[in-house]
Design a protein around this ligand. Structure first.
Ligand SMILES: [Zn+2]
Length: 165
């Protein structure tokens, strides 16, 4: 298996919420934990089914990213750590597939396309998250206007339906 296939397999096997509990965090009813990546009083790190995003510091990613950041590991070490911590018993090693040049070009083109889409999506997510956070903070100290309330709800729905990846 390639590292990418391995990481997909690990993410299939270990939901985010299970992993964060294993590492000592307890998501609140809304699915937030106190962010391990910046100091804060109010939990603002949202745990989704297969990703996380902190509305405070902008840290985000998938399970592998979470473990990388939490323990300061590289990609492969994070995979191995998850493999061990959850007894996944999957092989962490080199792919033994032959390399057909045409197939390889196709795979690379697809990967670049996915990365472009992901990049666009992340920029959108980040800008929505910033707007959401501004309104979310504001409503703690002052009432929102009708328009702001509608905007907050729309952003909330969008962020919920398009979890950070
Ligand atoms: Zn944070």
């Amino acid at each position: 298996m390639t590292p990418r296939e391995l990481s997909e397999e690990v993410k299939q096997l270990v939901p985010m919420s299970v992993a964060v509990r294993h590492y000592g965090f307890e998501p609140d009813r809304a699915g937030f934990i106190s962010c391990p990546f910046h100091a804060e009083k109010t939990a603002s790190c949202k745990i989704y089914e297969s990703s996380f995003y902190c509305f405070g510091c902008g840290a985000g990613g998938d399970l592998i990213n979470f473990v990388k950041l939490l323990y300061g590991l590289n990609f492969k070490a994070a995979l191995m750590r998850l493999n061990t911590d959850f007894n996944l018993n999957i092989g962490v090693g080199r792919s033994q597939n032959g390399t057909d040049p045409e197939r390889l070009r196709q795979i690379n083109a697809e990967r670049r396309q996915r990365e472009r889409e992901l990049q666009e999506y992340r920029e959108k997510y980040n800008s929505y998250a910033v707007m959401f956070r501004e309104l979310w903070i504001k409503q703690k100290t002052q009432p929102l206007t009708e328009n702001e309330r509608i905007k907050l709800n729309i952003l909330d729905d969008w962020l919920y339906e398009n979890p950070y990846r």
